[in-house]
Design a protein around this ligand. Structure first.
Ligand SMILES: Nc1ncnc2c1ncn2[C@@H]1O[C@H](COP(=O)(O)OP(=O)(O)OP(=O)(O)O)[C@@H](O)[C@H]1O
Length: 243
């Protein structure tokens, strides 16, 4: 059974058709990427999948349940992280994570916060005020928050955007382990083509709100007659997709 199925999602903001008929499926333990130029509609698509933005048309099914009809049940099995999400600045990292752990109804919030802090290597940050974190530290805390409830579907908007190469590599390794070992389905956006090549099973390329190409990195490179995903990106973004 698919973990996530989006059917013909559309969203218009005034004159801008941000998303125009996006359908996609993500299976258990699969890592899927949404790629595309700035403004292609990636974040809007993710926000519709999370129920944060209401689609003009189309629907979302997760775990076989309709998102609109079973919102609370469905979203309790999902989590989301993005560097643009704020954290309450006056609170310490431990207080923030403990609050989310209680909000998620975890049986032993403190134990899970300790586990996640070890996974994300944020133990030394637990006593810091979130307002004092660097952007890379903030990203790791956000990811920690997103792993607290052991989500079956993890949606990540540019998960490694603010991380240095070493931290980025560790987080990629962690995310791949989470998908492969626990069966969590991952849906990510990224502008880092090497990252997507290394992590993702399936890639959907968005342009002007539409999926214009889908496949593995190798399939897409072969299809467009280029050597890698970076070149696929440049070709599709600059020349479009031949009809
Ligand atoms: N709340 C909003 N109100 C008006 N326009 C919006 C809103 N959200 C997004 N848009 C517009 O919808 C289009 C798609 O935006 P979106 O943020 O989904 O793109 P993106 O692919 O995530 O881009 P980026 O790579 O720059 O993050 C853009 O033209 C954007 O300006």
């Amino acid at each position: 059974m698919a973990i996530l199925e989006a059917q013909s999602l559309t969203k218009r903001f005034g004159p801008v058709q941000a998303v125009d008929g996006v359908s996609l499926t993500v299976g258990q333990g699969e890592i899927t990427a949404l790629l595309g130029p700035n403004g292609a509609g990636k974040s809007t698509t993710l926000h519709m999948l999370l129920g944060l933005v209401t689609p003009d048309s189309g629907g979302v099914t997760m775990f076989g349940l309709d998102l609109q009809k079973h919102r609370t049940e469905v979203l309790s099995r999902v989590n989301f992280s993005a560097s643009y999400l704020g954290l309450p600045g006056v609170l310490h990292v431990r207080e923030v994570l403990n609050s989310f752990a209680r909000l998620y109804g975890l049986r032993d919030p403190r134990a899970r916060v300790a586990e996640v802090a070890e996974l994300l290597e944020i133990g030394p940050l637990l006593k810091r005020r979130t307002a004092d974190l660097s952007s890379g530290q903030h990203t790791r805390v956000q990811l920690g928050k997103a792993l607290l409830n052991d989500p079956e579907l993890l949606i990540l908007d540019e998960p490694t955007a603010a991380l240095d190469p070493d931290a980025g590599e560790r987080i990629r390794h962690l995310l791949v382990s989470v998908a492969r070992e626990t069966g969590t389905a991952l849906l990510i956006t990224s502008h880092n083509m090497r990252e997507v090549e290394r992590m993702c099973d399936t890639i959907h390329f968005l342009s002007a709100g539409r999926i214009v190409a889908s496949g593995s990195a190798a399939e897409l490179a072969a299809h467009f007659g280029v050597v890698d995903l970076e070149e696929v990106f440049l070709k599709v973004a600059r020349e479009g997709v031949p009809a």
